[in-house]
Design a protein around this ligand. Structure first.
Ligand code: PMP
Length: 361
């Protein structure tokens, strides 16, 4: 077999080897059933324990209080951009959003199709190099909530703390899920796609506060109604059983390895090492406000676009995969999610040093 490469992909991305091996071992014969878990009905004594265990584990590991209901939802976080607004807002209701980068912008555009979503802070005015502090945020009088993107996957920006404002928060935590504690007392809804830190893509995990379970919108299809889905324990319709099974394995792996406290410290340590490697030479540049640099997606540039391209191409030849920056921003991006081994970060830093020495102008 080809040895496993170091995968810096922004998602879908590297999964823990142990999880892949366990899934492989059970693939053809799940617990002596003579079939795979993908082939078993969701309403059976075989799948239901996986689902309930996943919901419990997800809630326990992230420390969500009793008043929050965990939900497993089909589709990525983009579905939640629309679904959260559809559930929480009627047509003429208002909410606010911080336009912190590429993903917040998408959430804003979707929200605006559904109700009135005020963009109260525009990162474009700051070249997407910084984030607002609480004093910079003025919440419109009628806003029911503030939408926040805790980590901007493309731009490499992260809120070290969630904003403290007078309205509840709806938070997209897709790209720093299970790497940070959540200020639950400020949140109405926390959602994220699972494909960065937990499982394969196509599944979202959300936690909704009980006060927000009844939908605000009068004519809302059940399939977009968190309360209806909660009533059915996330089995309103056929759930993505394979992803839920993989999430189950991923959460157990996360717990075994020390849970959020461990992965929070790990993200801080590894991103600090990378930023140190960037800042210690004039060759690499990351111009993001240091207070808001992401601990998950480290973006940087070399002195030219041509060298950026050479960087990720040569890196790939050396087994350092998917370092090309997002097409909207260019440059280089290292996504250092939970399952990436430490040795990958060390190998990247060694490569960065060699590359800078060989290509100094
Ligand atoms: N929010 C954030 C912060 C993301 O990084 C992404 C995906 N990269 C999304 C939302 C959208 O996720 P999906 O493509 O799975 O819908």
């Amino acid at each position: 077999m080809t040895p496993r490469i170091f995968n810096f992909s922004a998602g879908p991305c590297t999964l823990p080897l142990e999880v892949l091996e366990e899934a492989q071992a059970e693939l053809l014969d799940y617990h002596g059933m003579g079939m795979s878990i993908m082939e078993i009905s969701h309403r059976t004594r075989f799948f239901e324990p996986v689902l309930y265990e996943t919901l419990d584990l997800a809630k326990r590991l992230i420390g969500a209080p009793e008043c929050f209901t965990p939900l497993l939802l089909s589709g990525g976080a983009s579905v939640q951009f629309a679904m959260s607004a559809m559930h929480l807002l009627d047509e003429n209701d208002e909410a606010a959003i911080i336009n912190s980068g590429v993903w917040a912008n998408k959430a804003w555009l979707e929200g605006n199709r559904i109700a009135i979503m005020h963009n109260i802070w525009n990162g474009a005015d700051h070249q997407f190099l910084t984030l607002p502090n609480d004093e910079a945020l003025t919440i419109p009088k009628n806003a029911r909530y503030l939408h926040v993107t805790s980590n901007e996957t493309v731009d490499g920006l992260q809120f070290p703390q969630l904003p403290k404002v007078d309205v509840p928060l709806v938070v997209d935590v897709s790209s720093d899920f299970y790497t940070r504690a959540i200020d639950w007392d400020r949140c109405a809804l926390v959602y994220g796609g699972v494909q960065k830190n937990l499982a394969p893509s196509g599944l979202s995990l959300a936690f909704i506060h009980q006060d927000f379970l009844p939908p605000k919108r009068k004519r809302l299809p059940n399939i977009f109604n968190y309360q209806e889905i909660a009533k059915m324990d996330s089995m309103y319709n056929t759930p993505p059983t394979w992803q839920i099974y993989m999430l189950n394995l991923g959460l157990k792996w996360l717990e075994k390895n020390g849970g959020i406290p461990h992965f929070h410290a790990l993200a801080n340590k590894r991103s600090a090492k990378l930023y140190q490697a960037i800042d210690s030479t004039d060759f690499y540049q990351n111009t993001i406000d240091k207070r808001y640099r992401s601990t998950m997606n480290v973006v940087f540039k070399t002195p030219s676009d041509a060298l950026d391209t050479r960087f990720w191409q040569e890196a790939e030849q050396q087994g350092l995969y998917a370092l090309k920056g997002h097409k909207l921003v260019g440059g280089i991006r290292a996504s250092i999610y939970n399952a990436l081994p430490d040795s990958a970060v060390d190998a990247l830093i060694a490569f960065m040093t060699d590359f800078a020495n060989e290509n100094k102008i």
